[in-house]
Design a protein around this ligand. Structure first.
Ligand code: 13P
Length: 335
């Protein structure tokens, strides 16, 4: 337990957060092709190596979530990718869910799969160097969504996953994502996010998961993309913190938000506003995928000639996000 607690604490340590670079091959192929890059095991490795070897990254990134393909790849210097990360000063993590499937009897809702054989897979990932893991449950907002059934099924799976992780000495990053898709109001998002987090925390406790050895990765409370009333940065920060305070015990060392399709600037502005408020019982940090990587991928576009510029763009996103994590984002941008 001591190791789990110290790993979780290190993941959310002051000024630091997590880089989510664990896109499945299918998702990464879609993103690379949209940026004009070909997606192969070698090009996926190259882009991810380019990111993590950007000088200074470890000052702000405590850990990197990998897809299994990358966990097993060798970097250009022939070292195993997890060893490369360790040498650079970042902890290797691994996405362990196997994706979402339609939930039987619940039109338009999904359940995240991957529990079968998970104990054995976790042991193998631990041997390869993984110190933490991620499982993403996806909930959507609609007239009758998320249903209590969908929340319960996904909370149960997250708790089973988290308990197995802790048994294996791996810190579970527990990610219940309520999507921004739709025209719902921020009030509706607040309600759905609260109901979801309440169920997830209750299930974690039922399954004897030690909250001290967990990192929670929720969505921020936002209005749907298509909602005509888009809230201010302060309102998002206020509502998100209010939900977390009502539901998340102080024993959880840190909350590492996903960016979930927000613009890079808003993902930082919202995190910044929450940190500027101060006084939260948990560390408030990031576990961003798109908000850290998307700009660099566009610049790189699969062409080595752009590698240096892509690293510069990635470095800027990392610095801005780290500033938001400290509550000094605006000042950092102005500087
Ligand atoms: P985004 O920040 O792009 O939402 O990705 C975070 C993540 O890991 C989603 O599972």
């Amino acid at each position: 337990m001591h190791d789990l607690e110290s790993t979780a604490t290190a993941l959310v340590a002051g000024g630091k957060g997590i880089l989510a670079a664990d896109e499945s091959n299918k998702t990464m192929t879609k993103r690379m092709e949209a940026a004009g890059a070909t997606s192969t095991p070698a090009t996926r490795l190259r882009f991810r190596e380019l990111l993590v070897t950007t000088p200074g990254t470890a000052d702000a990134i405590s850990g990197v979530i990998l897809y299994e393909e990358t966990l097993r790849q060798r970097a250009s210097d022939a070292s195993e990718f997890p060893r490369l990360l360790e040498r650079l000063g970042m902890m290797p993590g691994i996405k362990v869910d196997t994706g979402v499937k339609p939930l039987a009897g619940a039109e338009g809702e999904t359940v995240t799969e991957g529990l079968d054989g998970l104990r054995e897979r976790l042991a193998a990932y631990r041997a390869l160097g993984a110190r933490f893991a991620k499982w993403r449950a996806v909930l959507s907002i609609g007239p009758d969504r998320p249903s209590r059934y969908c929340i319960a099924v996904n909370a149960h799976a997250l708790a089973r996953y988290a308990a197995l992780c802790q048994e294996a000495g791996i810190v579970p990053v527990v990610e219940p994502e309520v999507l921004m898709d739709g025209d719902h109001t921020i009030e509706r998002s607040e309600q759905a996010t609260e109901e979801t987090l309440r169920a997830v925390i209750a299930k974690l406790l039922d399954h004897r998961v030690a909250l001290e050895g967990v990192v929670l990765k929720p969505n921020m409370v936002l209005a749907g993309y298509d909602c005509p009333r888009q809230p201010s940065v302060e309102e998002v920060a206020h509502r998100t913190l209010a939900v977390l305070r009502r539901v998340v015990p102080a024993a959880v060392p840190g909350v590492a938000f996903l960016s979930g399709g927000q613009t890079d600037d808003l993902a930082c502005a919202h995190l910044n506003a929450m940190n500027a408020t101060g006084n939260a019982p948990w560390e408030l940090t990031f576990s961003y995928g798109r908000a850290l990587q998307a700009a660099a991928l566009t610049v790189w576009a699969g062409d080595e000639a752009n590698a240096e510029q892509a690293q510069a763009v990635f470095d800027e996103r990392v610095r801005c996000t780290a500033a938001a994590r400290r509550g000094t984002y605006r000042e950092a941008v102005m500087a």
